[in-house]
Ligand binder design. Structure first.
Ligand SMILES: CC(C)(COP(=O)(O)OP(=O)(O)OC[C@H]1O[C@@H](n2cnc3c(N)ncnc32)[C@H](O)[C@@H]1O)[C@@H](O)C(=O)NCCC(=O)NCCS
Ligand SMILES: Nc1ncnc2c1ncn2[C@@H]1O[C@H](COP(=O)(O)OP(=O)(O)OP(=O)(O)O)[C@@H](O)[C@H]1O
Length: 281
């Protein structure tokens, strides 16, 4: 078939395209401290860039179906929340088949799933603050069929009393709205180029987030190293500056030494890039 004969994309398909694009952009962004990127596996022996890309692509049907479910149900209530939970668990199963059992995007399915659904619920009101607020209202609804999960996040929440991925969503993604997105726009406005602007956005999220991935592997000390290190890069002038890059290298080395990587911050950067891209829909 000729390219110009392809059927026009539905809104749900365009949202899924943008969400997968944001996940691939996040994975490819380099150099990210401690995380999988173009340079290598970071603190993850079981992941690499090709796996992250394949995993991101495997999530397209799940993300499209989540947006379609939002259009079909039409409002924020238990039936839509239950359907998103079902689709999210299905998407997670598809991801695990693609990655042969490696958790590449669990947190990303959660955050982006809620955001594509929230976007599709009311495309006319699509500024990031409104979309994240709707996603937060969805996340506050109990999923009636949710299994009792024995996750790393659960252990960490109990041990350290932090909120984790669920609370971040329920509060309307404050790490994105208050930190990632404003930093992305500030760094772009300073003319630093897209890669350092995205790295700065990631660092702003890292500096603010209680990332349960880091707490699980490296405890409170690891989290302090991450938050202080991320802040130091930004205070030195950001990832486009010479001094900032020195701090960034030091942070990467410290995180590798601690075997710590900020998967939650990476998910939220992908979500932040999705909101940024979806602004032009
Ligand atoms: C709420 C989720 C993320 C489970 O969270 P939990 O903390 O129990 O588990 P887990 O340790 O697996 O962490 C999930 C991931 O969240 C990310 N994360 C970590 N810390 C944070 C944080 N502070 N903020 C945001 N994300 C974070 C990380 O990538 C982490 O791997 C989610 O997977 C879930 O409940 N899924 C069930 C299916 C569902 O309802 N889907 C709805 C789709 S819209
Ligand atoms: N570029 C990235 N590099 C590493 N992790 C990422 C990246 N992007 C997103 N993540 C997120 O990080 C999470 C994986 O982190 P992690 O491997 O710590 O999880 P785990 O399987 O629960 O724990 P562990 O590997 O410590 O046993 C995924 O849920 C994923 O959403």
């Amino acid at each position: 078939m000729k390219a110009n004969m392809l059927a026009p994309l539905s809104l749900a398909e365009r949202l899924a395209d943008l969400a997968v694009d944001a996940l691939i952009d996040e994975a490819e962004l380099s150099p990210k401290p401690g995380l999988v990127d173009r340079r290598g596996s970071g603190a993850h022996g079981d992941m690499n860039l090709a796996l992250m890309q394949a995993s991101a692509l495997s999530l397209w049907p799940c993300l499209r179906q989540m947006a379609e479910a939002a259009q079909r149900f039409g409002h924020i209530a238990t039936p839509l929340r239950a359907e998103l939970g079902r689709l999210g668990r299905e998407g997670e199963a598809a991801m695990l088949v693609t990655t042969a059992g490696v958790n590449t995007h669990r947190g990303a399915i959660w955050a982006l799933g809620l955001l594509v659904a929230a976007w599709a619920l009311n495309p006319a009101d699509s500024d990031p603050l409104s979309v994240t607020a709707r996603a937060g209202r969805l996340a506050l609804i109990e999923d009636p069929a949710a299994p009792i999960a024995d996750s790393h996040g659960l252990h960490v929440r109990r041990r350290y009393g932090v909120g984790g991925a669920r609370e971040q969503a329920q509060q309307g993604f404050p790490a994105i709205i208050g930190h990632g997105l404003p930093q992305l726009l500030r760094s772009r406005a300073a003319g630093v180029g897209e890669t350092p602007a995205r790295l700065d956005a990631l660092l702003a999220i890292m500096a603010a987030l209680s990332d349960t991935c880091v707490l699980w592997r490296a405890g409170e000390q690891g989290l302090a190293v991450l938050q202080q290190g991320a802040r130091a890069v930004l205070e030195a002038g950001g990832s486009a500056s010479l001094a900032g890059r020195r701090h960034l290298r030091a942070l990467d080395a410290r995180l590798l030494h601690l075997n710590a990587s900020a998967g939650g911050a990476a998910d939220l950067l992908a979500a932040c890039l999705f909101l940024d891209k979806a602004g032009s829909l």
